[in-house]
Write a protein that binds this ligand. Structure first.
Ligand code: PLP
Length: 411
């Protein structure tokens, strides 16, 4: 059996999520916009899922727009707020960061090419954005501030609550990409994140199918749609809904809330939650990750953890072993049945060092020596113990190999 230590790239669909989805492929396939009974039954399921996602985020169901995933949610947020300024030829300024996922960075660059001013803030050496830097970057025409909640590579949690307070006081709209934070951290849009106006989530990071997601749009925030067509999703996202995907996202959101809040949590669907083989709570997952991390540091001489000084999501380890080519290590581990990652999933295969690590001040060599290990809720102690046998041995082999290559070809 392979050991999946790449949960930040994607997560499996939980059996209960699959069970909830299946009838919507086979029997309950009505179009939710149809007036007949089979359409209206499907509409009911979509609205039920909307309530479940809203419960996870502590917002109103009316504020949830279903999308095809994190990338679409991010693009809809940025373009939806800023395109109207371009259309009216009014100046507008966006503040974002150098550590965002490319779904934000490339969307920002596209807006920049069309005339939006963009500031890309740098993090500190722990990969964290300083709210004072956001404050200093604000201009009279700053219309949008977009800062991710948890970084997909390092796991570093950003002070989005504080940043949102500052930006809001200035009158800017606030977006956060919570794709890696959702289901790992409690997300309260009525409390800690009450100043956040837009928030992106993705289904396949929370044990729902790939190609599903949502954007939270706070009531009163005007958003220009990306797609033109029918009046779906309250005119904010045209196109017949991906009903099975939405139902899966809803069930995954319910399970995530139950996992975050404890098993006695009252589920929207009132359907029970079966225990899973891995971590039953965030505390259990954090303990597993911490044990794994400590053992890796003990077993691999010279290893360190990137962003160790930052608050981090409970599943991520960003391991650096100077002198080791992390891509070679990822391949060596893959051959032994372990999935890990070098950079983010969508950028693997490129020779460029990670933009996130470079922004934190790591040299390209240090960035190339960094490996992402990300646990899922399903990761077991047995898998971690097996990985603790394989990873240090693979590092030792690569070190030996590069030592003999160096001896054969001295520089
Ligand atoms: N934002 C972050 C932080 C991500 O990690 C990802 C995916 O890795 C995305 C956005 C894109 O999400 P999706 O794959 O659902 O398009």
């Amino acid at each position: 059996m392979r050991i999946d230590l790449d949960a930040n790239a994607t997560t499996p669909v939980l059996p209960e999520v699959l069970g909830a989805i299946q009838p919507f492929w086979l029997e309950r396939y009505g179009n939710p916009s149809s007036a007949h009974m089979s359409g209206q039954r499907t509409r009911g399921a979509v609205e039920h899922a909307r309530i479940a996602v809203a419960s996870l985020l502590h917002c109103s169901p009316k504020e949830i727009v279903f999308t095809s995933g994190g990338t679409e949610s991010d693009n809809l947020a940025l373009s939806g707020i800023l395109q109207p300024f371009l259309d009216r030829h009014e100046p507008a300024h966006l503040i974002t960061t150098q550590i965002e996922h490319h779904a934000i960075l490339f969307a920002a660059e596209s807006l920049e090419r069309r005339g939006i001013e963009v500031t890309y803030l740098a993090p500190d050496h722990n990969g964290v954005i300083n709210p004072a830097d956001v404050e200093a970057a604000l201009r009279p025409h700053t219309k949008l501030v977009s800062v991710m909640l948890a970084n997909n590579e390092t796991g570093a949690i950003q002070p989005v609550g504080k940043i949102a307070r500052i930006a809001k006081a200035h009158g800017a709209i606030v977006h956060t990409d919570a794709v890696q934070a959702a289901s790992k951290l409690p997300l309260d849009l009525s409390g800690e994140f009450k100043n956040v106006d837009l928030l992106s989530i993705s289904g396949h990071k929370i044990y729902a199918p790939q190609g599903t997601g949502a954007l939270f749009v706070r009531q009163g925030v005007e958003l220009a749609p990306l797609f033109h067509g029918g009046p779906h999703e309250r005119q904010r996202r045209a196109g017949t809904e991906n009903v099975p995907g939405i139902v899966g996202l809803g069930r995954a959101a319910e399970l995530a809330l139950a996992w975050l809040e404890g098993q006695d949590h009252q589920l929207v669907s009132k359907m029970p939650v079966a225990p899973i083989p891995g971590s039953q709570s965030p505390a259990e997952l954090t303990a597993r990750r911490n044990h794994f991390e400590q053992r890796l540091l003990a077993l691999i001489p010279g290893a360190c953890i990137n962003c160790a000084g930052a608050p981090r999501i409970s599943n991520t380890i960003h391991l650096r072993v100077d002198g080791i080519d992390a891509e070679a290590l990822v391949i060596a581990l893959d051959l032994q049945g372990i999935s890990t990652s070098f950079g983010s999933a969508c950028m693997s295969g490129t020779a460029e060092p990670s933009h996130v690590l470079v922004a934190m001040g790591l040299t390209p060599e240090q960035a190339h020596s960094s490996l992402r290990i990300s646990l899922s809720r399903l990761t077991t102690d047995e898998e971690i113990e097996r990985a603790l046998e394989i990873i240090p041995a693979a590092v030792a082999r690569l070190r030996k190999l590069s030592g003999s290559l160096l001896a054969a070809n001295p520089v």
